[in-house]
Design a protein around this ligand. Structure first.
Ligand code: ME8
Length: 639
């Protein structure tokens, strides 16, 4: 029976589109999944979208879409992006899908029945952006989220609580008994000391918004997004359904299960998730691999700094494999790494163009020139240098298997590149062009080029999980049929037919460092301008917006909503109905009789099933929030 491996990425929030940081996680997991399949392991690779929660509900509203419409659009975009990045995920789960929501509801009910989830009262400081509550001791700056610095909201609600405390000891014992549960080690220590400080029961339901999975037995509550999201790892496998073969195969009876996560979400995966599983009496089968962040020189990527990097921008200019290679090579598991274009271009020119590209083009050119593209398998090795090359190659094969299997891609790639350098040096040591001048040295020359051919074939096999397109180009240059592109052929000096294609192919084209850096700098300036200043518009454009002043005749909180107000506004003897997400800033009664500004000709849409015929204008400086109100004009036009 084949061994199995189940690997997952975090599911990404649908509040925006994924950038190079999230893409890193997905690419690194893809390299791992490809490596496992290459080794003959039955592998299942899952990724997807985390679609519920207030942040997403608000983002949908901002975009004038229903939450479902909004998240479906983002999911579609992300799926297409992963295809473009050559990601080989076996499934893509969206948490708004029925196959997920139904199972989560049952899981929740089971825990209520068992008494591990109970109804209580919660009062605390909540960050919408992180979808997290914070205790007084966690808050560093009064009123601000300790993780993202955004304003905290005071929330008081009836809530369901998960008994974390009950499982504290069981979890600590589990971590002790499974020393490789959390990797790297330093992250494990952080988790252990967090648990040792004592766990408090976790509030696992919300009543302040609707866009979530309703608790089946008490639907005014929705399931806390983290409980909802973490469950994806088993709902996607069909847990607790009739079609649970994948769950049995990859989870219950599986050999290896890995959740790869950024260090920012380690606690949820290392504390809450195993406890949920323990409470459900599902074995904790996974290992956690926590990686660092892709940072910019100025720190975290941020729109306001104009330095968010999106993967397709790089792919379009430098090619997909350059991106995949760079991210995987530059990011050792666990540590942060800085993304900069100067480093990117340096790695591109040195590793891909000089080292790998040159070895392939020199070798294939010489095989074509001296042997009309065909070598014979040599009877022996002729040079002193052959021994040292052989040692390096055999060692690289070993290190490669070991490191790639442990996610230590950087170490593995460094070894492969050391082998490439050794082979380039071998050319300078054996001087094939000198051997070619002597008819009696034909055998030696054949052997030298065969050695180089073999090194390149092995490079192709080994880099396949990281840069699949480049590996395929190498195989095509070396005339290696698909049946031979297999793990079992990771052995040296085994090719019977060592021939190369007549057409030589350039793997990577050298980049002009100065020109590229200038290009990127200008692009960065442009995008900064774009973020801060919207593009210029003409007066005709402005005149297209029909801005009016009307009187609020009625204003009510939308039923089952904590943030939507339904306005009835009178203008020119007609009543306009507008839904606006500003309930947290105003009591509806205080808005009645105010003369407010609204967009009259915005395309009508439905928000929570209610027709909205315009948009209310508001202003904020980040601290204060105000509706645009006029004192004397009651019924008028704004220009
Ligand atoms: O946290 N560098 O979703 P998310 C490296 N929905 N990795 C980065 C990164 C960066 N700059 N920025 C993000 C969530 N990531 C939850 C997860 S899982 C059950 C729910 C990666 O969209 C990293 O893996 O904020 C991080 O943990 C993940 O994207 C979070 O993406």
């Amino acid at each position: 029976m084949k061994k199995t491996c189940y690997i997952t990425t975090p599911i990404y929030y649908s509040s925006g589109i994924v950038h190079i940081g999230n893409s890193y996680t997905t690419i690194v997991c893809d390299a791992f999944a490809r490596f496992k399949r290459f080794k003959g392991v039955d592998t299942f690779y899952l990724t997807g979208m985390d679609e519920h929660g207030q942040k997403i509900e608000e983002a949908a509203l901002k975009n004038n879409k229903s939450p479902q419409e909004f998240v479906d659009g983002i999911a579609q975009y992300t799926k297409e992006l992963w295809k473009k990045l050559n990601i080989t995920n076996d499934d893509f789960i969206q948490t708004s899908e029925l196959r997920h929501t139904e199972v989560v509801q049952e899981m929740f009910e089971k825990l209520i029945e068992k008494g591990d989830i109970y109804l209580g009262k919660y009062e605390g400081d909540y960050c919408v952006s992180c979808e997290s509550f914070f205790t007084k001791t966690q808050i560093v700056k009064e009123g601000c989220c300790p993780d993202c610095d955004k304003p905290l909201r005071k929330v008081q609600e009836e809530g369901y609580f998960l008994k974390l405390k009950k499982y504290e000891k069981q979890l600590l014992d589990f971590i002790k008994e499974n020393p490789d549960f959390i990797q790297p080690e330093s992250r494990k220590n952080e988790v252990v000391s967090f648990i040792e400080q004592g766990l408090e029961d976790l509030c696992v339901s919300r009543t302040s918004f609707k866009w979530g999975i309703p608790v089946k037995s008490n639907p005014k509550h929705v399931v806390y997004v983290w409980v909802d999201a973490l469950s994806n790892y088993i709902t996607a496998l069909g847990y607790n359904t009739k079609n649970d073969e994948l769950f049995k195969k990859f989870w219950l009876n599986g050999d290896e299960v890995y959740h790869v996560v950024g260090k920012d979400i380690l606690r949820f995966h290392a504390v809450y998730w195993p406890i949920i599983l323990m409470a459900l009496e599902i074995p904790v089968r996974f290992k956690l691999l926590a990686h660092g962040w892709v940072l910019m020189r100025a720190g975290k990527m941020s729109k306001s700094k104009g330095n968010v990097i999106y993967p397709l921008d790089i792919v379009e200019r430098y090619g997909l494999d350059a991106l995949r290679f760079f991210l995987i090579k530059e990011m050792p598991l666990g540590n942060d790494a800085i993304f900069s274009y100067d480093r990117f271009i340096e790695v591109f020119n040195n590793s891909l163009v000089n080292d790998l590209g040159n070895l392939l083009s020199r070798t294939t050119a010489m095989i074509n020139k001296y042997f009309d593209g065909k070598l014979t398998k040599p009877l022996k090795k002729y040079f002193d240098f052959d021994k040292s090359v052989e040692e390096v190659v055999n060692n690289t094969i070993k290190v490669y298997q070991d490191t790639f299997d442990k996610f230590h891609f950087q170490a593995g790639l460094n070894e492969i590149w050391a082998m490439i350098s050794r082979a380039n040096k071998y050319i300078d040591e054996t001087l094939p062009w000198v051997l070619a001048k002597d008819e009696n040295k034909k055998q030696e020359l054949n052997s030298v080029l065969y050695t180089l051919y073999e090194v390149l074939r092995l490079v192709g096999l080994m880099i396949y999980p990281v840069t699949p397109d480049t590996a395929i180009k190498i195989f095509e240059q070396l005339n290696i049929p698909e049946k031979n592109r297999v793990f079992e052929n990771l052995k040296y000096w085994i090719s019977e037919n060592a021939s190369v294609s007549k057409e030589s192919l350039m793997l990577f084209k050298r980049l002009d460092v100065e020109a590229e850096l200038k290009f990127q700098e200008e692009k960065n300036n442009e995008s900064l301008k774009e973020e801060l200043n919207l593009p210029e518009i003409s007066i005709e454009d402005f005149n297209k917006i029909d801005l009016r002043v009307g009187k609020v005749v009625e204003c009510n909180l939308v039923k089952d909503s904590s943030n939507l107000l339904l306005f009835k506004i009178s203008l020119d003897e007609k009543i306009y109905q507008i839904v606006s997400g500003i309930a947290k800033y105003y009591n509806p009664n205080e808005l009645v009789n105010k003369n407010i500004v609204f967009v009259k000709n915005l395309k009508p849409c439905k928000i929570k099933g209610i027709l909205s015929e315009g948009m209310i204008l508001t202003a904020t400086d980040g601290k204060v929030f105000e509706i645009l109100e006029l004192k004397k004009v009651e019924n008028g036009k704004v220009s």
